[in-house]
Design a protein around this ligand. Structure first.
Ligand SMILES: NC(=O)c1ccc[n+]([C@@H]2O[C@H](COP(=O)([O-])OP(=O)(O)OC[C@H]3O[C@@H](n4cnc5c(N)ncnc54)[C@H](O)[C@@H]3O)[C@@H](O)[C@H]2O)c1
Length: 285
């Protein structure tokens, strides 16, 4: 099955990025947000992103217009009925995603693949919320989706070979290198990355080093492009906390016990870049 029309549900950081790569790959894209303002804001963000690429000479004007012409912003789930693939990218919360998958099952065509961009949650559980468990898998893009080169394709016990093949084909058409992984918490990248990020917060809280020195040390000492605290701000501290909690629940490893400072920042509404403040301040001057 070749994916020609993609539905994207969720208008946050990841939904916007995945919409861009999908439309640039030549797919018709239906962006669904609960509010028309958020769906329209996503299209406006896409316009800005494409305009920058035109300015920098990385995209032709005609191609920009063609990409935008393939994108439609909607609020009703019923508008996803003609999609070959619907990729969910809403808040990292299992009950909320389970409810959405049950709704998508009713709203989408019988042959449609339902995929999740979850960072850690059980793809099998989401498959179980539908009457088409063999047509459910994970397609995990990284942040920012237009830049990061890898996609994890996650196979739940119920996923069929045809579903995995179609998901791989879609991610490859988006220009990504695809890695396959079994459905277990954190898949490959987050299972390895998040204990490190969580321990960076614990180190900061212990007073052993400052924020800036922790980030500088990991960039200069390990040749990482970003320090751990900068990276947490990019991911979003609420999403990061959910990921660490899910890993802790799955593995019970002390390394995954969420750093209290992370929960405190989230409770204070400091979610990282998307809220204007996290470990760093992003308030517009
Ligand atoms: N941020 C990252 O670095 C990153 C990377 C890869 C995957 N992910 C995953 O992508 C998904 C989305 O993350 P994000 O960073 O875009 O989050 P975000 O906070 O930027 O956006 C979340 C979106 O979910 C919507 N939402 C919240 N509750 C909802 C509900 N009840 N029904 C429908 N929509 C609802 C919000 O309105 C918002 O548009 C999560 O599963 C996350 O784990 C995130």
């Amino acid at each position: 099955m070749t994916i020609k029309r993609v539905g994207i549900v969720g208008s946050g950081i990841m939904g916007a990025g995945i919409a861009e790569v999908s439309a640039k790959a030549g797919c018709e894209v239906v962006l669904r947000s609960r509010k028309q303002e958020s769906a329209d804001a996503m299209v406006a963000g896409l316009e800005r992103s494409l305009a920058k690429q035109v300015e920098k000479g990385r995209l032709e004007d005609a191609e920009r217009n063609a990409v935008l012409g393939r994108v439609k912003a909607v609020t009703e789930l019923g508008e996803l009925s003609e999609c070959d693939l619907v990729l969910e990218s809403i808040v990292e919360d299992l009950p909320t995603k389970l409810e959405l998958f049950a709704e998508l099952d009713g709203a989408c065509g019988d042959d449609a693949i339902l995929a999740t961009n979850t960072s850690t949650l059980s793809v099998a559980a989401l498959a179980g919320a539908t009457k088409r468990p063999e047509k459910v898998c994970g397609i995990h893009f990284f942040n920012p989706a237009p830049v990061m080169t890898v996609v994890e394709v996650v196979r739940a016990d119920q996923s069929s070979d045809a579903t995995i093949a179609a998901a791989r084909g879609f991610a490859e058409a988006c220009g990504k290198d695809v890695v396959d992984v079994r459905d277990q918490a954190g898949f490959i990248v987050n299972a390895l990355l998040f204990p490190y990020l969580n321990n960076a917060v614990k180190l900061l809280a212990s007073g052993a080093a400052t924020r800036d020195d922790i980030d500088t040390a990991m960039k200069g000492g390990c040749n990482f492009p970003m320090g751990p605290l900068e990276l947490l701000d990019l991911v979003g501290l609420d999403t990061s906390l959910s990921i660490i909690e899910a890993l802790h629940a799955a593995f019970g490893d002390a390394n995954y016990e969420p750093a209290p400072m992370l929960a405190e920042l989230v409770a204070a509404g400091k979610l990282g870049r998307k809220s204007g403040a996290g470990f760093y301040d992003y308030a517009k001057k």
